[in-house]
Design a protein around this ligand. Structure first.
Ligand code: ATP
Ligand code: MG
Length: 328
């Protein structure tokens, strides 16, 4: 069987962008793949985090993975920092990557834009992501569209390592959803929705109160035309809502456009709100039970053991290939 790996940062409360672009597809994948789902807390500290909030979000994210249907009998769910091989291989891959190629990453440019000072970790984020993926011999990485460039870099680093040292890494492929791969901000639909966006009106969080979800959708930026049409260029607001609708309804976006022909924006937004509320309510109910449970800790302990076993083997191969430490 093939292996998949995907990580989400505990850098904020999860958004429907994270859900539609990544998490929603995980449960169906775990039946067919050897699956690793990771809470990537070392990635989160590339920007400043409050320590208590970070800890709480890490646990919250674990509960949310499970509430969305990750089955610990089928998948390995674990916390990145609890498996030391990630940080170790990351260092080795930083010594394979060049500063120039890291500076070309659009996420680095976006996240450092306008800042007086950013951490070195923000620049070396992609080699850590490459380590996450390569440690498990990953074949497929299910992520949102924004991670395309990082995955391309992962492939390059793996190939460079294989050619320079020894052929140990599998070259992973990316898996991107047809709809939902790029959910945009509700307030600025030319910008991607992000859990670390300061404008909370722009973002629907998976744990938002149901009333709040309706409010945010109703105040989403559209246009003054009043015609429901799919047009990314000229009608990015309504196009984003159509994509979100199609993604929740699991239907082609053309069908959603046809079904809503002639409808006003107000009614369309109302329908969308109900659809989103319905799906998130069920997840939220499961989430609140899991968050408090001891079962959650058992699952994470178990996940760490399994991940550590697999990752340590690959790390040893990498050390051997590079000549790190003594041979044994
Ligand atoms: P941050 O702003 O802290 O980077 P984020 O919302 O981008 O947070 P990540 O933890 O970086 O979330 O990414 C987790 C997963 O969610 C990745 O697979 C990423 O591609 C996906 N993702 C993030 N934002 C979106 C979005 N707007 N649409 C679709 N997928 C997304
Ligand atoms: Mg991100």
């Amino acid at each position: 069987t093939q292996t998949i790996f995907s990580g989400i940062q505990p850098s904020g409360s999860l958004t429907i962008g994270n859900y539609l672009g990544a998490m929603k597809q995980f449960p169906e994948l775990q039946d067919d793949y050897d699956s690793y789902f990771c809470i990537v807390d070392y990635h989160a500290i590339t920007v400043p985090q409050d320590r208590l909030k970070l800890r709480e979000r890490t646990r919250s994210l674990a509960a949310l993975y499970l509430a969305c249907g990750i089955d610990p009998e089928k998948s390995t769910l674990f916390i990145q920092s609890e498996v030391p091989a990630h940080a170790e291989l990351s260092w080795m891959l930083q010594c394979v990557a060049s500063i120039g190629e890291l500076e070309r990453m659009t996420q680095f440019k976006d996240k450092s834009e306008g800042k007086e000072s950013v951490t070195a970790g923000l620049l070396t984020y992609p080699p850590l992501m490459a380590a996450d993926i390569l440690l498990y011999g990953t074949d497929l990485v299910p992520v949102g569209d924004d991670q395309k460039q990082h995955l391309e870099l992962t492939r390059n680093l793996a190939e460079r390592f294989n050619n320079r040292y020894n052929n140990i890494f599998n070259i992973p492929d990316i898996r991107i959803q047809e709809v939902g791969a790029r959910v945009m901000s509700l307030q600025n639909p030319t910008k991607k929705m992000s859990k670390s966006d300061d404008n909370h009106k722009a973002t629907i969080f998976m744990l938002d109160e149901l009333k709040q979800i309706e409010k945010k959708i109703k105040s989403a930026v559209t246009d003054s035309e009043g015609i429901i049409e799919y047009d990314e260029e000229n009608k990015p607001g309504i196009t984003n809502l159509l994509n979100i609708y199609a993604s929740f309804a699991e239907k082609p976006v053309e069908d959603i456009v046809t079904e809503n022909q002639g409808k006003g924006y107000g009614d369309f937004k109302q329908d969308l709100a109900e659809l989103v509320q319905g799906e998130l309510e069920a997840i939220q109910n499961r989430y609140y039970d899991l968050y408090e449970s001891d079962e959650l800790d058992d699952i994470l302990d178990h996940g760490r053991e399994k991940a550590d076993r697999v990752a340590s083997k690959m790390l040893n191969k990498a050390k051997k290939a590079m000549g790190i430490g003594r041979v044994h």
